[in-house]
Ligand binder design. Structure first.
Ligand code: SME
Length: 149
């Protein structure tokens, strides 16, 4: 129910803000952060050349990783493969680029258009294993909506 409601809100943001993509991205990260307590930091990165560039974020603190080369970190791995990455314990993943000492788990969902990765949703949680199949499917639906931009 909650997820369906938020998907509808995100669709509305995309429809109503076609001319203000960065404003729309900001509203969307805020909707995800506000509605899901385990989503402690929510960001959207966009592909620019060989890098991911942070376009919008909501959380308690800024990240130093505002540009991530494709292929580096969990974010760069998802951008390279086009597949969602779920890391239940970031301390056990040697690809992980640390942003916040509080982060325990992470999900990265690519945003793809016509077979190309154009960006991704990156969410950090302060809980271990915060992201299950339901989160993954929901966030892949969000990514599909974002690919329409
Ligand atoms: N942890 C990510 C870097 C981005 S921060 O989580 C905001 C990674 O390993 O790619």
């Amino acid at each position: 129910m909650l997820r369906e409601k938020v998907l509808t809100q995100i669709k509305d943001v995309v429809q109503n803000q076609k001319s203000d993509r960065s404003g729309a991205f900001q509203q969307i990260v805020e909707l995800l952060h506000k509605n899901f307590p385990a989503y402690d930091w929510v960001g959207i990165y966009l592909v620019e050349g060989e890098e991911l560039v942070l376009a919008a974020w909501k959380g308690p603190a800024a990240t130093e990783h505002t540009r991530i080369p494709i292929g580096q970190g969990v974010c760069g791995a998802a951008a390279a493969s086009g597949l969602t990455e779920v890391v239940n314990d970031v301390s056990k993943d040697n690809r992980y680029l640390s942003c916040f000492p509080s982060t325990k788990s992470e999900i990265v969902v690519p945003i793809s258009k016509e077979g190309m990765v154009i960006g991704e949703i990156d969410i950090d949680s302060n809980k271990f294993g915060a992201f299950n199949n339901v989160d993954q499917e929901f966030l892949e639906d969000v990514a599909l909506i974002l690919s329409e931009f």
